[in-house]
Design a binder for this molecule. Sequence first.
Ligand SMILES: [Zn+2]
Length: 334
Amino acid sequence: MSFMRIIAAVAALLLWCAPSLHAQEVPAPTATAGTIPGLTELASLPVEVDVAEGSLRLVNLYRVQARILLDEAGQPEERVVARLVEEVFTPYPEFWAGYLGDEAAFRRWAPALLDPDHPIHDRLPVLLALDLDRQFEDAVEWMESTTGRRPAGRWYILFGPGWTNMGGLGDGRMLADFSNMPPDSAQIAGLLPHELTHQVHKVAEVDDPDGGTVLYRILAEGLACYAAWVHAAGQRTPAWAVSFNERQWDWALEHEEALWEAAQSILASRDRADTDLVSHRGRQLIPGSPGAAGYFLGFRMVQAYVATHGPDSWHEILEMPVAQVLARSGYTGR
Ligand SMILES: [Zn+2]
């Protein structure tokens, strides 16, 4: 399989992705001497941590990666890769199958981590110094106290091939790949409510006759962006929530009716090309449109729903069939 085909296959597995624009807006923190824990301290950090009384499990693979890279500094590549296979791949083959591939694929990719230019070397000390477990606890607590729903599933946190920053692999499995995102505390705090919304909303998709359609995707992303915007409590704009800059947001508002009209003919589609048309940052729904215009349309749909049904009514959307949400929102793109 060619590299591009591997990327395409992985992209097809990623059911949703976090907005990625913020990654360019926040400069990557640099490592400061003395922040990296010693091997003894690292060894005592648990790899798997339960959050929210066990409904969410964090699999902190970056801690294993850190331990190996520190432990094996200066050792031959073959030896380091063997340990990575044994301790990072072998205990979690089903996760790797959903993201990177089988053991052979892992062995081909793993030496990339040893490249001195790989971001792992600058970002690991910063990530290890963050209290990431606490950030997850806080985000889950916010989600539960705000919506009454508790996210469930597993999060794999690691330095991987960097094909997404945060995203879902299905079956409640999520990942955060710090090869593709700086370990910035404020950025993580901003992104988690978006992803946790997907985790609580995903449950509704199973019973929704429109599950998996373009309309579902538009609403799911819009709802996740809306939740992130509510969480930001006035500190962020709607444009930030959908990963647009202000100019793109203004353009989308000016062309909202045309955007919504362009989406009409594909709302019921489950074709990958059609969902990409509304959710991929590199695709334009109409000429001149910012990428991922579906995030904007979904956000506007939720705004319309809330304008009619009250500020907290977005919580009920989490369990409502999307066709009903659209009808009750009265959204027409105008
Ligand atoms: Zn999303």
